[in-house]
Design a binder for this molecule. Structure first.
Ligand SMILES: CC(=O)N[C@H]1[C@@H](OP(=O)(O)OP(=O)(O)OC[C@H]2O[C@@H](n3ccc(=O)[nH]c3=O)[C@H](O)[C@@H]2O)O[C@H](CO)[C@@H](O)[C@@H]1O[C@H](C)C(=O)N[C@@H](C)C(=O)N[C@H](CCC(=O)O)C(=O)O
Ligand SMILES: Nc1ncnc2c1ncn2[C@@H]1O[C@H](COP(=O)(O)OP(=O)(O)OP(=O)(O)O)[C@@H](O)[C@H]1O
Ligand SMILES: N[C@H](CCC[C@H](N)C(=O)O)C(=O)O
Ligand SMILES: [Mg+2]
Length: 486
């Protein structure tokens, strides 16, 4: 149990109605989850306004309310606190409620359009391999020193986030590696956290449905670095054109990594093949199991962060060289007839281009590339034609299909994709809305040696249609088809 007055530290409130001398059983921001004794935080959301549920929350037993506007007629059965920004206050309060766990371990955040899961997961695996107790917060899953907790978001809400960090502290974790999404920064999910370091991967087109312009998307990412403390490191990708912008206003130690530019941590690709990457990393040649130029960046970011966390260079390189990547990121299997199938989470134009250019770089001869790809419903519509354009330009055959249509019509999403395809590439394109059927067709069309790329779903184990998540697993589908391909 905590007193309201105790968990308000760092919260600038403009008005208090009540004494704040009340015990708080939980911090809740959804009226449907209110239980007697809790603090209800009213948030202005993207769909509805939490302020409209204050009365319901108090009726259900909330003893205190944090809000931006005081409701006109609410029975004063609770303490009311006015703040300028409830979402910001929620972050700080959630951290206080769980006794600021981020100050009791070394927390490193990874942000950028692509590569966050890969970098955070590799860091988690390397540090565990070197003997540390660690936590991981990622799109694929959360982990508290090996214990898996399913994840619902890339970056969880502040209450779940601080609870998970507190569990990590309780279990004696030394480090936590977490993904920081642009939504999380914009919605203040990371407010009140104390980071020991921040890593930037890259910035390309995504989530413009939410951020509206590339400029405001960039600002959200940059705000993460602006908020880092002096004691932290801020590590950026020197080869990304926005890499230096990220660090413009940070007071953290500025460091960079890169394959092309002058950077504090440098690497050079010597070999890039299906079996892995040979990198010259800080003047040492090392083989890694991960594939593709984009993974050279991810590996270098991990290495640089480990150096900034004062780890032993050779131990880090030995650990890193043993690791495979995160689930659903360039995972491949080979059919008995030597068709290669790759499952990859590429769901942005840049990721699709990267993964396909990697396939081109590492294929042995003139084997054909067949790409199965869709775009998410209720997500950035402007990336659809570009993803389709890139896929058709970099593949011999493309099958447009569904990837979580959510509340949208799958046929319309496919039409949006088709609009981006150059007429010259249209004859190499099929549209099959049923993803299973699309994968089956790709397998039927493939000749020995050909490469099938299933893009967009990666680790996901579902196809989301109208709020229902039906079981669907790209790798499972591929394995099922491949067993008969002799
Ligand atoms: C668009 C978006 O980011 N939405 C997030 C946001 O919800 P919202 O603002 O839409 O909420 P709302 O429905 O408008 O409700 C406003 C407030 O009223 C409350 N409410 C609502 C109804 C009610 O009856 N009573 C009540 O109290 C809600 O609990 C909320 O506090 O805040 C919620 C709590 O933190 C999130 O769960 C929710 O994530 C939704 C489910 C989501 O799909 N988010 C995705 C887009 C997302 O966050 N993705 C990023 C990055 C993905 C990546 O690239 O990896 C991530 O970090 O996962
Ligand atoms: N450094 C990188 N640069 C560009 N593309 C990358 C990079 N790393 C991975 N990718 C591509 O992006 C896809 C997603 O990678 P990953 O899951 O690591 O990124 P993420 O930033 O966590 O994505 P999300 O925002 O959905 O959580 C991969 O499957 C791969 O196709
Ligand atoms: N986590 C990200 C990527 C989802 C990838 C793709 N499978 C989709 O559903 O669009 C999002 O929610 O935008
Ligand atoms: Mg991720």
């Amino acid at each position: 149990m905590r007193y309201l007055s105790d968990i308000l530290e760092g919260v600038a409130f403009t008005e208090l109605q009540g004494s704040a001398d009340v015990e708080i059983s939980a911090v809740v921001f959804d009226s449907r989850k209110v239980e007697p004794g809790c603090l209800f935080v009213a948030l202005k959301g993207t769909a509805v306004d939490g302020h409209d549920y204050i009365e319901q929350a108090v009726k259900q037993g909330a003893v205190a309310v944090i809000c931006e506007d005081l409701p006109a007629h609410t029975a004063q059965e609770a303490d009311f606190l006015m703040v300028a920004n409830s979402a910001k206050a929620l972050g700080t309060i959630a951290a206080n409620f769980y006794e600021n766990p981020s100050s009791n371990l070394k927390l490193v955040g990874v942000t950028g359009t692509n590569g966050k899961t890969t970098v955070a997961t590799l860091l988690y695996k390397v540090f565990r391999d070197m003997g540390y107790k660690c936590g991981l917060l990622s799109t694929v899953e959360n982990q508290v020193n090996g214990r898996i907790i399913p994840s619902t978001h890339t970056t969880p809400d502040p209450v779940v986030l601080n609870k998970l960090l507190a569990d990590m502290v309780d279990e004696g974790c030394d480090y936590c590696f977490m993904e920081v999404s642009s939504h999380a920064v914009a919605q203040h999910r990371i407010e009140g956290l104390r980071f020991s370091g921040g890593i930037f991967t890259n910035l390309t087109h995504d989530h413009l449905d939410y951020h509206k312009t590339f400029e405001s998307y960039l600002k959200a990412k940059k705000a993460f670095f602006d908020g880092l403390p002096k004691s932290a490191f801020a590590l950026t990708n020197g080869d990304d054109k926005n890499g230096s912008v990220m660090l413009q206003n940070t007071s953290a130690h500025k460091k960079s990594y890169g394959l092309k530019s002058m950077a504090d941590y440098r690497a050079r690709i010597i070999e890039n093949q299906f079996g892995g990457l040979l990198l010259n990393i800080d003047n040492e040649e090392v083989w890694f199991k991960l594939v593709g130029t984009f993974n050279a960046y991810n590996l270098l970011a991990v290495y640089a962060a480990a150096m900034l966390l004062e780890q032993d260079r050779s131990k880090v390189l030995i650990s890193l060289s043993k690791l495979t990547g995160a689930e659903g990121r360039f995972e491949y299997i080979v059919a008995p007839n030597k068709v290669i199938g790759i499952v990859d989470y590429a769901h942005t134009p840049d990721a699709v281009q990267n993964v396909l250019s990697t396939v081109h770089d590492i294929r042995k001869g003139k084997e054909k590339v067949i790409t199965v790809i869709g775009c998410g419903g209720d997500r950035d519509k402007t990336k659809r034609p570009i993803m389709a354009k890139v896929a058709t330009e970099w593949s011999d055959k493309v099958i447009l299909t569904s990837d979580n249509p959510r509340t949208e019509d799958p046929a319309q999403i496919i039409k949006d994709m088709e609009a981006g395809i150059d007429p010259a590439f249209k004859r190499n394109t099929l549209s099959i809305a049923d993803r299973r059927e699309a994968i089956r067709t790709a397998c039927m069309l493939a000749q020995p040696g050909d490469i099938i790329l299933l893009a967009g779903k990666g680790h996901e184990k579902y196809q989301e249609v109208n709020g229902v998540k039906n079981h669907f697993d790209d790798m499972e589908e591929l394995e099922d088809q491949f067993k008969d391909m002799i």
